[in-house]
Design a protein around this ligand. Structure first.
Ligand SMILES: *Cc1c(COP(=O)(O)O)cnc(C)c1O
Length: 417
């Protein structure tokens, strides 16, 4: 693609002409504008494409076209579930659409306590606390629990919200190599005796789909006296026989101190939670700033989340179907010659190489009504741009086969396989 350089981080002088100043922010804005324009010129601009309508199952209306959805984190296909929609509507009828302010004033509803009890029960924990987003949950929990003089050890591929929470905490922030327990042990040994330390990781990694080595991580945390925090954004409703997450997957219930999760992925609502021992949750309830200084979940979202945990337990076929679909998708793509990296879950990276190739593959798929999205630099290292395709329990076998055929044909044309 001559003339298209999507990965450079500078801009032409000409691009600055539309701006009044010439400072570093101006240059960064000009650079972004130029990069976005270059993508638009090639019909490669896939940022924030609005979904116009949910069409049941795994189909959505995008740009006026009926597409099958392979970019959803609604792993169990619960968005639009009649029971969950109904629970949200009932909550609106009873409580209206907002709260009276923050939880510590009059913003605590009976619904919030019920939701927190439901989560605690689902996660086999003593108690739970909720916040208005998963992002805010990581930020506030890590920065409340850890502080100056403490040490936080974080997997190199952890989610941005974990990284931001670690930085905000003021603790010593060390990264260990991705899912590398020898490296983690080395770094634990380097920490002076007698200081408070925490190890934090995604349970399933959001770009790569691989699963953390929980058994070794738990053993190391016990050996070196570190708290263990797990982000279960992609493992609730995905891992474990009944969808309870990473502890159930490894048959290690009760091994994680701080169990964090979101209500925006498998759970079709919004918000985040921490589950754990009663004293821990009490401490967060009295000390975390996103709880004290920010309003709680609106009633409809709290009720929807609560109903979702019940639906997961009532409809175990969804877990089975998710795993059947996951195996079909990963095995099928591998057989076609694609590199799906280390994934073991429904997040399936399809390695493309350059950003341009990932954009070209996305474009070809979307033109065939297969809705996938690319992940390019700087979100992933240059040269490992990919599709991040996801399957859910809402897909049917023949739909998945169609999507794989489209990806295969385009992958051949672009030269990826
Ligand atoms: C999505 C995600 C979050 C943030 O959750 P939101 O509810 O979207 O704010 C946190 N951690 C991980 C690993 C995620 O994938």
């Amino acid at each position: 693609m001559p003339g298209l350089n999507l990965t450079r981080y500078s801009c032409d002088e000409g691009a600055l002409m539309d701006f009044q100043n010439d400072d570093s922010l101006t240059r960064r804005m000009a650079m972004l504008k130029q990069r976005a324009q270059a993508m638009r010129d090639h019909d490669f601009y896939f940022y924030n494409q609005p979904v116009e309508e949910l069409r049941g199952g795994a189909r959505v209306l995008v740009n006026g076209r009926d597409m099958s959805m392979y970019a959803s984190y609604s792993y169990l296909g619960l968005i639009g579930h009649p029971r969950i929609n109904e629970a949200a509507k009932r909550a609106v009828d009873k409580f209206g659409t907002g709260t009276h302010g923050v939880r510590t004033l009059a913003g605590s509803l009976t619904l919030h306590r019920e939701l927190e009890e439901t989560i605690a029960d689902f996660k086999h924990a003593e108690d739970a606390i909720t916040y208005t987003s998963g992002y805010a949950t990581n930020l506030t929990a890590i920065s409340t629990l850890m502080g100056r003089g403490d040490y936080v050890l974080s997997d190199k591929l952890n989610h941005a919200s974990i990284v931001d929470g670690c930085m905000m905490s003021g603790a010593e922030f060390r990264r260990f190599r991705h899912n590398d327990m020898d490296d983690l042990e080395k770094r634990l040994q380097q920490i002076p005796d007698g200081v408070t330390k925490m190890v934090v990781a995604d349970s399933v990694f959001s770009m790569d789909g691989d699963i953390i080595d929980l058994p070794r991580m738990v053993a190391l945390c016990r050996k070196y006296g570190a708290y263990l925090m797990m982000d279960e954004a992609h493992s609730v409703g995905v891992l474990g026989k009944t969808g309870r997450g990473i502890e159930e997957h490894f048959d290690m219930i009760g091994s994680i101190d701080i169990k964090m999760g979101t209500l925006s992925k498998t759970i079709p609502s919004v918000g985040g939670y921490i589950a754990g021992k009663k004293e821990l949750i009490d401490y967060l309830r009295h000390g975390s700033r996103a709880y004290i200084f920010s309003a709680a979940l609106p009633p409809a979202q709290a009720a929807a989340a609560m109903e979702s945990f019940k639906v997961i337990l009532d409809e175990p076929w969804r877990m089975e179907k998710l795993w059947k679909n996951t195996r079909q998708f990963i095995d099928g793509l591998k057989d076609m010659g694609f590199d799906t990296m280390l994934t073991e879950t429904a997040i399936v990276p399809v390695l493309c190489g350059t950003d341009e190739r990932a954009f070209a593959l996305t474009q070809a798929c979307q033109r065939q009504d297969v809705f996938v999205l690319p992940v390019v630099s700087p979100a992933v290292p240059e040269g490992s741009a990919r599709l991040r395709a996801t399957v859910t329990a809402a897909h049917e076998t023949d739909e998945i086969q169609y999507a794989m055929d489209v990806i295969k044909k385009a992958g051949k044309e672009i030269g990826i396989i």
